[in-house]
Design a protein around this ligand. Sequence first.
Ligand code: ARG
Length: 472
Amino acid sequence: MADNSKKSGTHSGASKIWGGRFAGGPADIMQKINASIGFDWRLYAQDIAASKAHAAMLAKTGIISDDDGKAIAKGLGAIADEIENGEFDFKQELEDIHMNIESRLGELIGDAAGRLHTARSRNDQVATDFRLWVREALVDLDAALKGLQAALIDRAQEHAGTAMPGFTHLQSAQPVTLGHHLLAYVEMLGRDRGRAADCLIRLNESPLGAAALAGTSFPIDRAMTASALGFNRPMANSLDAVSDRDFALEFLSLAAILGVHLSRLAEEIVLWCSSPFAYAQMSDGFSTGSSIMPQKRNPDAAELVRAKAGGLIGALSALMVVMKGLPLAYGKDMQEDKVPVFESADTLALCIAAMTGMVAEASFDADRMKADAGKGYATATDLADWLVREKDLPFREAHHVTGALVKLAEEKTVSLEQLSLEDMQSVSPEITESVFGVLSVEDALKSRDSFGGTAPGRVLEAVAEARKRFLG
Ligand code: ARG
């Protein structure tokens, strides 16, 4: 026996919470793999709130006495204070946040503590706590995204008329304005906020009272606990209530999509800050130097935002795989749901704050961007459009004529506007002087006045609309 306990590292005492049928305690390694307190301590506020709601309901329905209900509420309040003040001793042998709190409650109020777990299981308890946690995370995420949108909108207003090259295939395509480009991200983040709002609607039902999996024989009032915790209603099916984590998967999905959006903006910042582009410079606060190359100013924060999308996407796939083969109802596998969610929420908070700072403090080189906006025959489409509009050419023919003009300009190593009228007419005799009115970058920008287009006037309108839609 002594040898055995040495081999497995068996603890002598069985768990006070669930060890009634056990003579010996778990092996050290069992305790280690089983414990979640190292991360689920973060659910303490939700656990206490849910326990308070449960105890109040048990007292109201006469399942426990009023005195016990009051003692439990008071003890839970004291535990919240201890945790807030860093005085609470989290114990691995008590596995998780639920049993750590319940055990401490026993120390503080004695026998009444043992009545709190009536008509409840850790299965509905953890599902409730976790929903409450994700709900708060969604609210915080929305506020952070709103802040980033505000920074982008301010910069877009400032640069509503600042020309820059617009790219497709990362080849100069048509001039756009920097304001227009930044507003594209405001729209993406707006949809990310929409996904968070959708997730919140579906998430906001209470699992509490589902008990272990089948409901309970006590006359509980699930509507009462649901409403005390701000849920819209109790979940309709007890098996579903304890066993699905789709709300966490939705959170991780929207986090991954948002991570992709942030990563694309981060990538553009990295490009814009590189010396061949030199469109933007990050402030000192958001740049780092090189230990060997004194001239360097590196956009590390943007690179890290770009990289952290990897972790966000990984977190989603981790929990998808955890969940995909689980039979109903609860399985301990589900304990692995928390780390990806906590980490994704933390990562997003950090990335959004860094991105907000970068955007707010970046300086842009408008001259440099404007010079590039006209390069690469970026107004060729405007020339083709002019041929269609003024000379009634079918667009395909206009495209062909313009292609020949680009070729000619290339041979002469000049821009389209630098071709003489004679050069132009050598390709297409019907071209007249007025063509030069559409070939400058300014003209190209101004002409793209369709709804959602890049014309500076449209961009200013879009800025005002975005303020109403997203910041109101
Ligand atoms: N720590 C557990 C979790 O996060 C709590 C639920 C445990 N339930 C159980 N039947 N062992 O999933």
